[in-house]
Write a protein that binds this ligand. Structure first.
Ligand code: ADE
Length: 230
């Protein structure tokens, strides 16, 4: 998979790709991530990429020309499956969306800033608009990092144990069951007996029960959306 990220603040996006799982995925060649500074695609003085909005009102708007130039350049090099715009008024990211994007070959992610982008960018170039939640960030960069993390960890070979992404919370509309590690007794706080029993069918049954109970208590809305618990 190849991800091209268009941003006015590439420095804000660097560190998530320089540590841990995402770094290893890049080193293993399972994903390529390329940053493109929008300011490299403007001919205006002071590398201007934004301007006041027509009709008046507070806040600057990213202009269409540098975005057009950048996307057109990228598309001249290869085909893209999606051009995604990170925006608080997009579709709210969930596991199902992350699963489907992780199956794509090449994607472009455009990070918004200030008051957003000229609407004509959205009309002409964008195939998917994604929000990471009903709150407003200063720009799309941190949202893009969240999207990249959620999709890259799903690419086969990225996680050491390939089944571990499949047993994540949300993969079957259920929250994950509680997990424990050593010691089995910490200051009188004990690990549930069944997990120490070595009886794997029983352990599996306990985990399924716990996942269902947890979901029913903490996120009953997930069960209404087709949870497989019960
Ligand atoms: N840009 C600003 N806020 C955002 C959000 N909540 N999701 C995606 N992109 C954003």
């Amino acid at each position: 998979m190849r991800i091209d990220i268009i941003t006015v603040l590439p420095e804000l996006l660097k560190s998530p790709f320089e540590a841990s799982i995402l770094k290893r995925a890049i080193e293993k060649g399972l994903v390529e991530v390329h940053m493109h500074n929008l300011r490299d695609y403007t001919d205006l003085s002071y590398n201007q990429v934004d301007d006041y909005q027509f009709g008046g009102g507070a806040g600057m708007v990213l202009m269409i020309e540098p975005i057009d130039k950048c996307i057109t350049y990228l598309k001249s090099e290869r085909n893209y499956d999606e051009v995604i715009y990170m925006t608080p008024d997009g579709e709210t990211l969930n596991q199902k969306i992350a699963n489907s994007i992780s199956l794509q070959g090449n994607i472009i992610i455009l990070c918004g800033h200030y008051k957003g982008v000229d609407q004509r960018v959205r009309d002409a170039f964008i195939t998917k608009e994604i929000s990471v939640g009903d709150y407003v960030l200063s720009g799309g960069e941190l949202a893009a990092a969240i999207l990249c993390d959620a999709i890259i960890r799903l690419i086969p070979g990225v996680l050491n144990n390939e089944t571990s992404a499949l047993t994540d919370t949300f993969q079957d509309n259920l929250l994950a069951p509680p997990v424990y590690t050593r010691p089995s007794d910490y200051k009188g706080m004990k690990v549930p007996e069944v997990l120490l029993s070595g009886n794997f069918p029983k352990i599996e049954e306990w985990r399924e029960n716990q996942a269902y109970k947890r979901t029913k208590t903490l996120r009953p809305d997930l069960l209404k959306n087709g949870g497989t618990g019960e």
